[in-house]
Design a protein around this ligand. Structure first.
Ligand code: SF4
Length: 270
């Protein structure tokens, strides 16, 4: 049986989350590569402002971790067109994350092959200290996500697995998701080697399933809430009105994170 997925396809948090949200969207975006521009939300200006402020905040943190003078970065934040960026950066400087020790790698990309499938992930920050890896993920969400939803999020499960597979390590791995609007309440997830193996098996089964599907198996989701935030909604006859800002969910933000993290061609099809 001929697979619909190209042999050199690279799985990422974004395309796997897309598949789980809607198989047909995965087919349109990653197999057909159908560009279908659509207004993301009714308030696109605010959406763009939030996204761009988040990108600049990530850049400031990257520059901090690669050794830029913090005074210079504060001046850059002071001159940022969005006043939130300075507040966020000052919050960061006052947090324990500005004092991290050990081996630190900012904006660390890992590409690896697991069971003949290619994967790419990009960590905001990777720390190795005292025999433990910790992955840090900075977020600038408007709303603090629900922990239960984060646990099930593809990013939460995939990031540690790819690290353990690429580095061939059985060491436990932590993932810390730091929401800038709740700086004192980071989400901390710890993964034992058994959990990492279980999650690796989950991704193996998921990717095997994706590459085995026939064209007709990439059906449209029954969850029409996904359609509200999907750029293909007019293509699918699932409405033409853009989502409200409140309709945006973690899945949409995951796509955007992939966009600014990897800047890959397929991610540009957001
Ligand atoms: S509009 Fe709905 S059915 Fe169509 S691709 Fe998007 S999520 Fe899937």
């Amino acid at each position: 049986m001929k697979t619909q997925v190209p042999h050199n396809f690279v799985f990422s948090q974004s395309n796997l989350q897309t598949y789980l949200n809607c198989r047909y969207k995965f087919y349109l975006r990653y197999i057909q590569k159908l560009a279908w521009p659509a207004q993301t939300t009714i308030d696109d200006l605010r959406f763009e402002e939030d996204r761009n402020a988040g990108i600049r905040f990530h850049q400031l943190l990257h520059q901090y971790f690669i050794g830029f003078n913090p005074e210079l970065l504060i001046r850059m934040a002071e001159n940022d067109p969005d006043s939130r960026v300075l507040v966020w950066f000052q919050t960061f400087l006052a947090s324990p994350y500005a004092q991290l020790q050990g081996k630190l790698e900012s904006e660390k990309t890992i590409t690896t092959c697991v069971d003949d499938k290619n994967f790419i992930v990009k960590y905001d920050l990777l720390q190795f200290k005292s025999g433990q890896y910790t992955i840090y993920d900075w977020k600038t969400s408007n709303k603090v996500p629900n922990r239960e939803r984060l646990i099930d999020n593809i990013q939460t499960r995939l990031y540690p697995v790819i690290l353990s597979e690429a580095y061939q390590t059985d060491l436990p791995i932590r993932l810390i998701i730091w929401e800038i609007i709740a700086p004192d309440a980071p989400f901390i997830f710890s993964f034992s080697s058994q959990e990492l193996k279980r999650n690796a098996q989950y991704f193996k089964s998921l990717c095997d399933e994706i590459v085995s599907l026939e064209k007709t198996d990439f059906f449209k989701t029954a969850n029409t809430r996904q359609c509200k935030i999907c750029e293909y909604r007019s293509h699918c006859n699932r409405g033409i009105t853009p989502a409200t800002f409140e309709d945006l969910e973690e899945s949409a933000l995951t796509d955007l994170e992939d966009y600014w993290n990897t800047n890959r061609d397929d991610a540009n099809l957001v």
